[in-house]
Design a protein around this ligand. Sequence first.
Ligand SMILES: NC(=O)c1ccc[n+]([C@@H]2O[C@H](COP(=O)([O-])OP(=O)(O)OC[C@H]3O[C@@H](n4cnc5c(N)ncnc54)[C@H](O)[C@@H]3O)[C@@H](O)[C@H]2O)c1
Length: 283
Amino acid sequence: MTTPGASRSARKEISLAGQVAVVTGGGSGIGAATCQRLAEHGAAVAVLDVDHTSARRVARDLGERDLGARDYAVDVTDFVALAAVIDAVTADLGTPTILVNNAGGSGMARLGDYPISEWERLVALNLTSVFHGIKLLGPRMVEAGGGCIVNTASISGVRPAIGEGPYAAAKAAVVALTANAALEYAPVVRVNAVSPGAIHTGLTDPLLSGVAGAREWWTAKTPLGRIGEPAEIADVILFLCSPLARFVTGQNIVVDGGMTLHGSGVDGLLDRLERGTLDPHSQ
Ligand SMILES: NC(=O)c1ccc[n+]([C@@H]2O[C@H](COP(=O)([O-])OP(=O)(O)OC[C@H]3O[C@@H](n4cnc5c(N)ncnc54)[C@H](O)[C@@H]3O)[C@@H](O)[C@H]2O)c1
């Protein structure tokens, strides 16, 4: 079995010194781990989150380790507010050269049961916010002569399952938007996506900790035999932002312990939740 942290020595070589990184949804889970990794490798990190308390905590923890970071409260679905925060980051830290469009969230219902307002909320949060970030920083990175954008998509966009219609559609569109932006901003700016599988974060904790059998069920569906950690996505984001990935653009890197080799991430989840059973061995 692979172990988290096994790549520590390879990571030593990566330097992001002099770079300014913007991470949305930086207050929790994958975003917080990404802030940590980018800061550890020398970037000045802007931690953006709608939950200012969590953004502040992440920036303060990095500051206590003498790593440069500042927190900003913003709802990434609000273009005007995000534009103002990007201007503030530029004034405080310098022109961003790394953007991680990571804020997101999901839902679980049958298509006919989704309220229109919930569809619109999930598409705005998972897709339109990514467009906002690219629109604001893509041209500035081109003007600055270089940069790197990573968008957090999902295996749900690659192998959708019943119950996650708007989330899956939005994440699939993020992959298409990633390719589109990569074409538009090449050769100056690289744009890639990362698609996590089952990672233990604030997003998945209600399922993993709150639903009996959920952890065993997801583990059984993952060839590498465990639930992933936020740092394991952050490591791939770090790679994509680093010179090691200098010939990689327009790609969607799936980081799921092999889960999608078996099918979609949450295949049958809605049925099981409705039946109140989550036996890891029954399909
Ligand atoms: N955890 C997983 O298994 C998993 C799997 C696939 C994809 N993802 C994706 O990874 C990304 C990070 O999710 P996570 O698992 O770390 O979840 P998380 O809930 O731990 O973190 C998400 C963060 O985004 C912030 N956020 C939510 N709405 C926002 C808004 N409108 N503006 C600014 N910030 C906002 C939240 O406050 C939170 O801090 C998401 O895009 C998610 O869809 C996660």
